[in-house]
Write a protein that binds this ligand. Structure first.
Ligand SMILES: Cc1ncc(COP(=O)(O)O)c(C=O)c1O
Length: 457
């Protein structure tokens, strides 16, 4: 019998003590990451200039659970456990027999799920004596999460922010600066990667691929500095599983099991963080539809190829097997800036490839419409990224209205939209347009995929 409560909360003492690692449960072996120069499988030591050893070991770990350090737990308690909401008012507004829940990650200080890994990454860097962390950011959510984490851990932080977002979202930059980080528009003149791109295209709007190249180069050329990535890598997905582990316990308290799980996908971290603990059950035979939602403007999972590709534009980051639109992909500046990466997390891609997870792409106008339906019923204003899976949840709830099925739908509510009000304003005044990424551009970018041998093919 489902509970009628609006917020299902856990006590701090009920915070999960361990993250869940999906690596040992994957239904097929993961293709190994390759060295960008040699094309040979990476050895853990190859990543040492970029990441602290503890994170490299998590990247390749086959342990099913990894203990969360006490210092990370102490910072998590500032906003965790996050509440699981029952969307009673949205259900009523839609007139659906479905029961809709959303795991609300917007309560963290920077306003999204991103600090779940930022705090952990800052901790392991500090443990290994690192003084400064360099990173990239798209929408500014990741940059502000790392700025927050470095501030609390006493580390310096440098953020390369995709120029289109830097210009659209000055308030995210100001937030990063408030936590003491330095934030530069990318491509910048501070790195070889940035200068090369600006020489060819002085007005380049930037891309996550370019900003990653800049941050990787910064870390690789400074002894006291390491690099940090806010998505895609296994250790990032691992840290995010605290979201799904909490949600599972909260649904159990509510007397529920999800029939449908939806989340938006940029590089795959919030979606995987919520979904992976449930994927574990699905792989053992439990029926649940798990839907990854992405923009039509960056349709990686729905229209990309499942192939080895570079993680960044300048070909400095490891080559990994993933769905990709090509590392030279420069997306249109749609507002869901956090969903514009050319690839996705290899674990997530494998699960999509094996049919365990379904992928769907959405046009931006439809996502803003759903976000406003949600905000007018529930009060919370979703980030434009989050709006993608809110759209999917509303569509599924409306299907239930037609069929009469009383399904339980779980939403990965990854962040709030308070720094995205300019995008909402454009929507209100009819200035936003749909954009579908042209097939010719996908085909052109895919011609530049690296010629490497796939050991799992
Ligand atoms: C609120 C929000 N949701 C989702 C994402 C997408 O990232 P990921 O796929 O790693 O969760 C971002 C990225 O910046 C974000 O800011």
């Amino acid at each position: 019998m489902a509970s009628e409560e609006t917020k299902i909360t856990l006590r701090e003492s009920e915070l999960p003590q361990r993250w869940y690692n999906i690596n040992p449960d994957l239904p097929a072996p993961l293709a190994p990451p390759l060295h960008p120069k040699t094309g040979k499988p990476l050895a853990p030591g190859d990543l040492a200039p970029l990441f602290p050893m503890a994170l490299i070991m998590q990247e390749v770990s086959m342990e099913p659970y990894i203990e969360i350090p006490d210092e990370v737990m102490r910072i998590y308690r500032l906003w965790r456990p996050t509440p699981l909401y029952r969307a009673h008012r949205l259900e009523k507004h839609l007139g659906t027999p479905a029961r809709i829940y959303y795991k609300n990650e917007s309560f963290s200080p920077p306003g999204s799920h991103k600090p779940n890994t930022a705090v952990a990454q800052a901790y392991y860097n500090k443990q290994e004596g690192v003084k400064r962390i360099a990173t990239e950011t798209g929408a500014g959510q990741w940059g502000s999460a790392l700025a927050f984490a470095c501030c609390l851990m006493g580390l310096e932080c440098t953020v390369y922010m995709v120029r289109a977002s830097y210009e659209q979202k000055p308030y995210r930059r100001m937030l990063m600066e408030s936590w003491g980080a330095a934030c530069y528009p990318s491509p910048s003149d501070l790195t070889n990667a940035g200068r090369t791109i600006r020489a060819k295209d002085p007005d380049s709007p930037g891309s996550l691929g370019i900003a990653i190249s800049e941050a990787v180069e910064d870390a690789a050329t400074h002894d006291d500095t390491k690099y940090s990535l806010g998505s895609v890598l296994n250790h990032v997905l691992l840290h995010q599983t605290i979201v799904g582990l909490e949600a599972k316990e909260q649904l159990r308290l509510a007397g529920e099991e999800p029939d449908i799980i939806v989340g938006c996908v940029g590089g795959g971290s919030n979606f995987s963080g919520l979904a992976f603990p449930f994927v574990k059950d699905k792989l053992k035979g439990k029926q649940v539809d798990i839907i990854a939602c992405e923009p039509e403007a960056c349709p990686t999972l729905t229209r990309g190829l499942y192939r080895y590709d570079y993680g960044d534009t300048a070909q400095l980051a490891p080559v990994v097997k993933m769905y990709t639109l090509g590392h030279t992909f420069v997306p249109e500046p749609i507002h869901a800036g956090g969903l514009r990466y050319h690839g996705d997390a290899p674990q997530l891609c494998l699960l999509v490839n094996k049919g365990v997870i379904e992928a769907r792409a959405y046009h931006q106008l439809a996502t803003f419409e759903a976000a406003l339906t949600f905000a007018r019923a529930e009060g919370f204003l979703p980030a434009p990224e989050t709006a993608h899976c809110v759209r999917a949840a509303v569509d599924e709830a409306l299907k239930c209205k037609q069929t009469g099925q009383e399904k339980c739908i779980l939403i990965a509510y990854s962040g709030h939209g308070f720094f995205d009000l300019a995008a909402y304003d454009k929507y209100h005044t009819g200035q936003l347009e749909d954009y579908e990424y042209p097939q010719e551009k996908i085909e052109a970018a895919l011609k530049e995929l690296p010629q490497v041998t796939d050991p799992t093919a």
